[in-house]
Write a protein that binds this ligand. Structure first.
Ligand SMILES: CCCCCCCC/C=C\CCCCCCCC(=O)SCCNC(=O)CCNC(=O)[C@H](O)C(C)(C)COP(=O)(O)OP(=O)(O)OC[C@H]1O[C@@H](n2cnc3c(N)ncnc32)[C@H](O)[C@@H]1OP(=O)(O)O
Length: 214
């Protein structure tokens, strides 16, 4: 094997580490100017299902043949809860959940928070800490909350626990979602899927509502 990422000598004069800049905030941490707006009047009532935003979504779509089919419940404030049961088809290591799928479950749950603000938004950045392994057959109990809003930027955080809603934390995530207009989907999505979506009166009505009250 040739080449090693650790074998290069440091360039002359660079032995001393450069002075570190003041601790930088992650782009998923809300800035000081961020606010916590009230729930939108259209937000699902506390304790009710947030509902799938798209039948064919890998995370929440009830018609997706192999998706996670997650259901998310609105909390009292700018928060939600969700559960994801890790199946045999979600393995990474033998008997253990694949980290990418756990991240997807977090992404889906964090994304559903945006409905509480009645905002269509997409993931700009998602940071995940895998704290402990998650065995197949575990139920991941996820809690997520909006941590701040600044312009089009919606900041949020979540944690997933196993062995019960108050069990040990297995995964943590922080995200930055960016609010988008309907054109984000119509301009970039595969035309045949967009056409089908536009032909679906329920989805179309839901999507148009964002434009009227962005
Ligand atoms: C016809 C029917 C339609 C039906 C519709 C049904 C309703 C659906 C409703 C809701 C669906 C939600 C679906 C959820 C699914 C689960 C979540 C996902 O998996 S989403 C998929 C993965 N994500 C992407 O594919 C994004 C790809 N990226 C982009 O498209 C762009 O980069 C985008 C929109 C994120 C930003 O692009 P810009 O041109 O609009 O805006 P700029 O100016 O670049 O960014 C705005 C601000 O955000 C910061 N920003 C953007 N990305 C950042 C990043 N990665 N890290 C840090 N900051 C970032 C920028 O620095 C800027 O900040 P400063 O305003 O200048 O302060």
């Amino acid at each position: 094997m040739t080449g090693s990422i650790t074998s290069q000598p440091a360039p002359k004069g660079s032995e001393q580490p450069a002075e570190r800049p003041a601790a930088q905030l992650s782009p998923t941490t809300p800035p000081q100017e961020a606010v916590l707006p009230p729930r939108a009047p259209e937000a699902p009532a506390p304790g009710t299902l947030v509902g799938s935003h798209y039948d064919h979504c890998f995370g929440c779509g009830p018609q997706h043949p192999a998706g996670l089919r997650m259901t998310v419940v609105a909390g009292e404030g700018l928060d939600v809860t969700a559960e994801f049961t890790v199946g045999a088809g979600h393995q990474g290591g033998p008997g253990l959940a694949h980290g990418g799928l756990l991240t997807t479950a977090m992404d889906e749950t964090l994304g559903s928070l945006n409905w509480l603000l009645h905002a269509a938004a997409v993931t700009g950045r998602l940071e995940t800490d895998f704290v402990r392994p998650v065995p197949v057959d575990s139920v991941l109990h996820i809690r997520a909350r909006i941590t701040g809003v600044h312009g089009r930027k919606i900041y949020s955080a979540a944690e997933g626990r196993i062995g019960g809603p108050d069990g040990p934390v297995a995964i943590r995530a922080q995200a930055l979602f960016i609010q988008v207009k309907l054109e984000h989907f119509t301009q970039h999505g595969r035309p045949e899927d967009i056409k089908k979506a536009l032909d679906d009166p329920d989805l179309f009505k839901r999507a148009r509502a964002f434009e009227v009250n962005p």
